[in-house]
Design a protein around this ligand. Sequence first.
Ligand code: ATP
Ligand code: MG
Length: 422
Amino acid sequence: MSQSERLVLATRYRLVSEIGQGANGTVWRGHDELLDRAVAIKELRLPDNLAEDDRVVFYRRTLREARAPAQLRTHSIVEVYDVVIEQGRPWIVMEMIEAPSLEQLIERSGPLPPERVAHIGRALLDALNTAHKAGIVHRDLKPSNVLLDGDRVVLTDFGLAFSSGSASLTKTGHFMGSPAYVAPEVAAGEKATPRSDLWSLGATLYAALEGRPPFERENVMATLSALANESTPAPQNAGALAPVITGLLEKNPTRRLSHARAVDRLERAMAGPRSGRRAPTPRYRLMVVIGLIGATVASCGIGATALIVGMMRESPGPSPTAGASTTPGGSAAQAAAPPGAATSTLAVRARTDSCKIFVSVPGTAITVLADETLHRGEARRYDQPRLNAVVYDASACDVWVNGQQKPAGKPGERQNYTLNKE
Ligand SMILES: Nc1ncnc2c1ncn2[C@@H]1O[C@H](COP(=O)(O)OP(=O)(O)OP(=O)(O)O)[C@@H](O)[C@H]1O
Ligand SMILES: [Mg+2]
């Protein structure tokens, strides 16, 4: 075992084993001895030839900027728990994501289908919107910084790219961001902005669809030269996503798609060519059903509510658990299950006010059934043939799978459930 592998940082975070290395350092699997949970630890390393002043500037900036994303609490941004200086360099302690990166997925399986890329793009736009609203620019969005944990898309490494804001660091020749994903204006020396993150998003989604980024060449100089001089190639496998990709890969930042327009174009593409409007989610579908029933029965003098409760009682599936079956989430889920299909049941009831859940139905187009925080006593039930669920704090929620209560977890522990009746 090497010196680093025995290290315990801040008398608390034990390094266990190396996960991988990138341009800026090493990511370790670690263990938080105080909270007894797995963590990922990013060790940032600067080149040995860097002047001491530059080192100090970088460390200060790291402390400031790595702490900023710690304030961003959204399921599509990796949670930063702590930043410590140890052995003369910064270490970022964060949520452990046991999942491959988008880069690994592309390497392993080749280009991804547009439906999957649309889901990834939508989640990354949400992550960027949250960060940009808080004044944080990512500066190094690329497939290796996107982790894919089932349906959950998680962006990591906020603000860690070298050189921004420090003229002296730039002079040392460190390129900010990754050449194949960096916006042309940033490559030309301008400051990174929310719009340059949107370029990197375009290049990332392009790479997911085509198997390689738009301006990748045999070396850094050739890549930067292509970025400066060649026009953006049209994606070949993008299908309905082509307008989003080309709009994000607009070289002039003032003409590049804004966040709102990118969301709009992506949602139009996801809704399909005929509708022109967004396809209703299962919840909306149920509301449409309720609306129709309400209109029909109003003339007969029967309350729509009674009829819907009757309809839910008749629906197949295990007996209700934890009183959750009459909640809106549960009924929406029932409405979405194909008629007659064998279903699995997931029921969740909040023990505290911080029972955060993410529930989705996997498939080529992923349907998100819930992305919410339940308050104490609130409950949800989902009946589906296939289901993925994430409970972010296992101590805050009671969970039943097919009527069986799951053991309560530790504070801060994340639990994933995959239900499959097919
Ligand atoms: N929070 C995390 N949980 C689990 N694995 C992670 C986490 N963050 C990063 N990784 C993994 O660690 C590996 C190394 O990441 P690292 O950021 O050092 O390299 P990179 O993204 O390839 O390059 P760069 O240094 O330019 O960001 C990657 O394979 C990544 O998937
Ligand atoms: Mg990284």
